[in-house]
Design a protein around this ligand. Structure first.
Ligand code: SF4
Length: 371
């Protein structure tokens, strides 16, 4: 069982408040920022495990037992002009990570085939550069997306940095991109400590173009960069506000040579508690545990689902290794979770009201006006 180093007896008052907030979310309601801050500041393992059990119920209610699997291909590696302090691929730091230009069709086709074999819903082409403009590179990206789409093995996702023109987003949509990865990384307040070569607003503007083009949004962040618990909550509320469909939670894996190389790792219970708070704030979204999972959670990896995670990045990350896909698939099987999606249409994210059936329900009205 988990550590009993802290006072672990269940605090009846805390138990009552966690349950009330859990019931509220299960009933279709929303928690406030103050309520989320109260949850994320729970300290004892007894309270945190209580919180996880509610996050698990919320996941089961809104996501069932389906787990959405994604994998990524490093489609253009290293030598990035940006200075993101966590990133091995920035040209500002000496990290020894590989460098190469945009990938040919073959490695992408191989990744799609492998993903298909393992029930992975989507393969994302991720490029280490500032962003994408109109020109030959956009033509090449669109060609790779069309090839993936035509092969019909997996959903072709992309993560191609900042987009400053609506036309670029529209062309990606025309080529067949359904979902675009673009993390907010952290709260607006903490963002300047992660990167100074572009801004939080550059990222929001990109997301605006993508949404206008009708592309789904995969956006989350990284925890363990030195941000506060308040920053983590504010990131989750920001992701709710932008209508992110998939929310990757990465846990910093400090890369030697980067400014965050000496960051202390987050305690496992702190990571699980953060995932649970994300589930309370974002009950219908895919919460995907991505980079840094194996190195930070080790034997506690399977607890991410009890904490509310409903999606998993499988296969290797951009510059670091993950555990073998077979091991992840076995973990899901052991937990009775099902990665087998024929087609993920995100329809389970639509808020259709609280379902209480009462006329003049305040929750229903709140949901309706928030749309
Ligand atoms: S996170 Fe992306 S934009 Fe930032 S340095 Fe790395 S590759 Fe470049």
């Amino acid at each position: 069982m988990l550590s009993t180093m802290t006072v672990t007896s269940v605090d009846a008052k805390n138990h009552g408040k966690i349950s009330a907030l859990g019931e509220k979310v299960l009933g279709g309601g929303r928690i406030s920022r103050d309520e989320a801050l109260w949850l994320i500041n729970l300290e004892t393992s007894a309270d945190i495990l209580d919180l996880l059990s509610w996050a698990n119920r919320i996941r089961e209610k809104f996501k069932g037992n389906k787990i959405h699997l994604c994998s990524i291909v490093n489609a253009k590696a290293g030598a990035c002009s940006e200075n993101c302090s966590f990133c091995a691929q920035s040209s500002h730091y000496q990290t020894g990570s590989p460098k190469y230009g945009f990938v040919d069709p073959e490695p992408v086709a191989e990744a799609a085939e492998e993903a298909h074999k393992n029930n992975v819903t989507a393969v994302g082409l991720v490029a280490a550069w500032k962003g994408l403009n109109e020109g030959p590179m956009l033509d090449e990206v669109c060609a790779r997306v069309r090839e993936m789409k035509a092969a019909g093995k997996t959903r072709p996702d992309v993560s191609l940095g900042i987009i400053k023109s609506q036309r670029v987003a529209d062309r990606l949509k025309e080529a067949g991109v359904e979902c675009y990865g673009h993390n907010l990384e952290s709260s607006r307040r903490f963002f300047p400590q992660t990167c100074t070569t572009h801004t939080f607003d550059d990222r929001l503007q990109t997301i605006g173009h993508l949404k206008k083009a009708g592309i789904r949004i995969c956006s989350g962040g990284i925890i363990g960069m030195g941000e506060t618990r308040e920053d983590r909550c504010d990131l989750a509320f920001e992701l709710k506000a932008i209508g992110a469909n998939v929310v990757p939670v990465n846990i910093l894996n400090p890369i030697p040579g980067t400014p965050f190389e000496k960051n202390d790792p987050l305690p496992v219970l702190e990571i699980l508690k953060t995932i649970a708070c994300f589930r309370f704030i974002l009950p219908r979204q895919e919460i995907m545990i991505a980079g840094g999972r194996t190195v930070n959670l080790r034997d506690a990896q399977s607890m991410i689902f009890m904490a509310g995670a409903s999606a998993l990045m499988v296969g290797n990350y951009l510059t670091t290794l993950n555990q073998p896909v077979e091991k992840d698939l076995q973990m899901l099987k052991d937990l009775g979770l099902d990665p087998n999606w024929d087609n993920h249409g995100f329809s389970d994210q639509e808020e259709s009201g609280c379902g209480c059936g009462k006329g003049n329900c305040e929750t229903e009205m709140e949901l309706a006006t928030a749309k």
